[in-house]
Structure formats: C-alpha cells, structure tokens
Design a protein around this ligand. Structure first.
Ligand code: ATP
Ligand code: MG
Length: 510
C-alpha cells in the first residue's frame, strides 16, 4: 500500500516536472468545458495550468484560469460565451494575459487585449507585456517633486497633484468626476506627458463623449483610450485597469511622465465581485470577496516616480470611485482612500447649486502634491484653504443672523469671491499664469471693491490681457520660475490697470 502511494506520488512529481520542462507535453494536454455559467467556465482535464494563465477556447475565445482546484479549473472568459458549449476543447497557452505596448497605442481606442475599437487599422504594437507585473521596489522610487498641472484652479491651487502621485476622484453620480479627469488630460497638450484614459464598465455613450472631447481638443495624439464597456464580460472589465497600467509602465520605464485615469474602480470592483460570486468564493462585506482590497492596492502600487537610475519616469494615477449619497465611508471608497495619496471630493449639493467644478475643498486633500506645488502658487493660495473653510462655516451660520460684525462680513465677502473665482467651465484649461494672476488679484484685495456679479467678467478681463501687460512675468510663471518682489509689483500694477473699468471710483489704495 505504502509503496503504491509512494509510486503514485513519484509518478505525479515526474509528471509535473516533465510538464514544466517539456512545453510540448504540456501543450498537448487537452481540457474540456464541463459547465458554462455566464462568463464563468468550469474546465476539466487540464492539470498543468498556472494561476491566471491564458486559456484557448474554440473560435478564438480566450479565458483566464482563476480558480485552480484539484480536479477542475474555474476560468473567466474574455469574450462572448454564446458559441461555447459543454464538451468543447480547451488548451493552455503557457503564457499569462498580456497586452500590447508601445508608441503605436497613442491616438487609438483599444481593449485590454489589443483589439482595435476605433475602426482604424490593426495595431502594430512594438511588444506585448503581461498585464500583471510587479510594482517597482522601494529603492527604485524617488520622491514626488514635479507638479502635474490639471489646468483647474481649484485643484492646482488648493489640492495640487504631483507626478507619480495617486489622487482619488470621489463623488456621487453625475457630479463632474470624469470631466475633471478629462480636463487634466487636455491640459497636458504640448508638455510631453503621455495620457491613458481607461474606461471600465461605463456606458458606451459616456466613453464616446470623452473620446470626442479628446479628439476635438487635439488631445488624442498623446492619449490612448483603453475600454471595457458595461456590456463586456466581467473578465475583460477585471483585467482592463491592469492592462492600462502595463501600457503606462512601458512609457514610464522609458523615462516619460504618464497620466492614467481609471474611470471607474467602483465598476471594476463590481466586475470582480460578480466573478467571485460565480466562482462560489465566500462573500464578505457588501458581498465583495476578501481580496478586494488587494486587487486595488496591487493596481495602484504600480504608480510611482522612478529614480534617476531607473530613468526618472513617472506614473500619476487618477482613480475615480463613485459614492452613494455622498457616503465616502462605504467599503470600496474607504479602501481606495487608504490606498491613495489623497482625494478630490465632489459634492452633489455644490453641483446642484451650480458651483462647478463641484469640488468640496474642505474634505479634499493631497498628501504629497503640496511639496511639488510651484512657489508662486504658495504665495497666492497659502492660506486660501483655511480661510475658505472658515467662510463655509460662517456662511451657514450667517443665514440665521442678520446682524454681523464688519470682520465676519469681510470674511464672507472674500469667501464668496473665492468660490466665484474657483468656478470654471467644463474643459477650459488654464495656464499657470492665468491661474496665478486671478488668484493674486483676489488675495491681494484687488477685487475687494468689485461687485460679486462682476467677478467673473473681471477675471476674464485679467486672463485675456495680463499676458500683454506683463509678458515677462507671465513667461516666468509658466516656466515655473519663482517670482521676485519686483515681478509681483509689476503684476499688481498691471492688474489694477486692467480692472480700472470695474472699480466704482478711483482704485482702492492698499
Ligand atoms: P457619472 O457618475 O455618470 O460618471 P460624472 O461624475 O463623471 O458622472 P461628468 O460626466 O463629468 O460626471 O459630468 C456630469 C455632467 O456635468 C455632464 O453633463 C457635464 O457636461 C457637466 N459638467 C461637469 N463639469 C462641469 C463644469 N465645470 N461646468 C459645466 N458643466 C459641467
Ligand atoms: Mg463619469
């Protein structure tokens, strides 16, 4: 008996070794579909399959081996299961799921496997790399030092993002989350940052809108759009953000700066939950499987700023997550908040009131970006955050009281003007000098005597004319140089000149 047992063990071990060393033998192994359950397939007969190995089904259908049981494999399909039937043959491929990478991806709309979705010619990708790759080690990373300008005043001034940072965009449905992320992409035109917009589980019309905006604004040439729409299988939705990250890493590893938007990870988590439930894995909180934290942490861990020895490239991640009724303490949102380096919170109340972008400044934070912010921002936006949150509290309070002291009234007046200045139309991206001059006008009291309803007009006036009035200083700001006292003086005088028509009488003296 014992001998027999030993013999089978040895035979099994030999079998395994053979399979490892002899790919031919392994390739000859044939499995069969036993059961199809939506996009989950149980396969019998494949003994030597690795975790997350790509499986080949008939009709060019691919699947990923996710559950490796003793007698069976649970696989998730990447395509339509309609033509698949029980008894069909299945083969291992000996390779992990991989994705095309290279310059030829720019300007294209593709899915995670490299299938072209924009009707253009097939992709001539330089190479293929696995979708799951190790995150760069600690020693290969460098601190985040360079800002990633989004072109949005509220973000660049109050919640600055650095290249290599992971900043969560969080908010209810239809609060302008996608719009801010797309703005950030639009603002990278001409500065060498490569962008990837990764859409997961979105409606096709929403994705089409984003692509349209990118195309119209000439941003598609440095952007690649990776899509798994809501109609695609959960398997494809699940691998898409990893594939997009691999595509981004290709550029990062060649010293480039990359901006990657994941829109959105709520749907990614749902796709993974669907897969896990169909595989009968034990459900945990909110029916998500126990490793849901890990699937997002290992994804976002791959964003970083590489050190000089590794080429100095960076990967900035803007993951988007949706909340229900503003509840940022739900399971997936809290997971993501704890994984990322800060969050930009969107408020449906601000959206309703028309204060767009509807960013809730008080609840938003950027933990590493502050250090990267250009020095001139710090001079104009230094205490704006604090005074703005003070104002928000006071404004609520002021509704109940009619008599307020002068000081409180001044704080409220300034706060309202700040809010007005922070409003920004969709897809309008502002240069550094445009942002700084308007914020400077506000914080240095140059707008104090301008009526609230004229603030927007006066801002436009400043933005349009400042470059001609103080061109050297503006150039300095855009080239990220620090400004001297003399520069600020020049700005001050130029803004006063521009604002002349908005002042009631003569300009106020400071
Ligand atoms: P979803 O939850 O559906 O993904 P979302 O939070 O991504 O929505 P968006 O699609 O970006 O929100 O924006 C919702 C709507 O608000 C869109 O119609 C968009 O045009 C409009 N919008 C967003 N930002 C602004 C803005 N700054 N100014 C004017 N309109 C805006
Ligand atoms: Mg959206």
């Amino acid at each position: 008996m014992i001998l027999e047992g030993l013999l089978t063990d040895t035979l099994a071990a030999v079998d395994k070794t053979l399979a490892r060393v002899n790919p031919v033998l392994r390739a000859q192994e044939v499995g069969y579909v036993r059961q199809i359950n939506g996009s989950i397939v149980q396969v019998t007969g494949l003994k030597h399959i690795g975790f997350e190995e790509l499986l080949q089904f008939p009709n060019n259908l691919l699947g990923i081996a996710i559950n490796l049981d003793e007698n069976e494999i649970g696989a998730v399909l990447l395509g339509d299961s309609n033509r698949l039937k029980a008894g069909d043959e299945v083969h291992g491929t000996g390779r992990q799921v991989d994705t095309p990478v290279g310059e030829s991806l720019l300007g294209r709309v593709i899915d995670a496997t490299g299938k072209v979705l924009d009707g253009g010619p097939d992709l001539k990708a330089a190479d293929r790399l696995p979708t799951e790759r190790d995150a760069p080690g600690i020693m290969d990373r460098a601190p985040v030092t360079v800002p990633l300008q989004t072109g949005i005043k509220a973000v660049d001034a109050l919640i600055p993002i650095g290249r290599g940072q992971r900043e969560l965009i969080i908010g209810d449905r239809q609060t302008g989350k996608t719009s801010v992320a797309v703005n950030a992409i639009l603002n990278q035109r001409g500065n060498g940052v490569i962008c990837i917009y990764c859409a997961i589980g979105q409606r096709s019309t929403a994705v089409a809108r984003v692509i349209d905006t990118l195309r119209q604004r000439d941003a598609l040439k440095y952007t690649s759009v990776v899509v798994a729409s809501g109609d695609d299988t959960p398997g494809l939705q699940y691998i898409t953000p990893y594939a997009a990250t691999t595509m981004a890493e290709y550029f990062m590893e060649r010293g480039k700066d990359v901006l990657l938007v994941y829109d959105d990870l709520t749907r990614h988590a749902r796709a993974y939950r669907e897969i896990s439930l169909l595989l009968r894995r034990p459900p945990g909180r909110e029916a998500y499987p126990g490793d849901i934290f890990y699937i997002h942490s290992r994804l976002l861990e791959r964003s970083t700023h590489l050190n000089k020895a590794k080429g100095g490239g960076s990967l900035t991640a803007l993951p988007i997550v949706e909340t229900q009724a503003g509840d940022i303490s739900a399971y997936i949102p809290t997971n993501l908040i704890s994984i990322t380096d800060g969050q930009i919170v969107f408020s449906s109340e601000l959206f309703r009131k028309g204060f767009l972008p509807a960013i809730d400044v008080g609840n938003s934070v950027s933990r590493v970006g502050g250090k990267t912010q250009l020095p001139s921002y710090r001079q104009v936006a230094g205490d704006m955050r604090l005074s703005y949150s003070q104002f928000e509290e006071l404004e609520t309070f002021a509704r109940f009281s009619t008599r307020l002291d002068k000081e409180t009234l001044a704080v409220i007046d300034r706060g309202r003007k700040v809010r007005e200045i922070l409003r920004q139309p969709e897809h309008l991206t502002l240069d550094v000098h445009e942002q700084i001059t308007t914020l400077y006008a506000l914080t240095s009291s140059l707008l104090d005597s301008v009526e609230l309803d004229k603030i927007k007009d006066s801002e436009l006036e400043i933005r349009t004319h400042i470059a001609e009035q103080a061109s050297n200083t503006c150039q300095k700001m855009d080239s990220t140089e620090a400004l001297s006292d003399q520069d600020w003086l020049i700005l001050n005088q130029a803004i006063r000149r521009i604002l002349q028509p908005f002042y009631p009488r003569s300009p106020v003296e400071e």
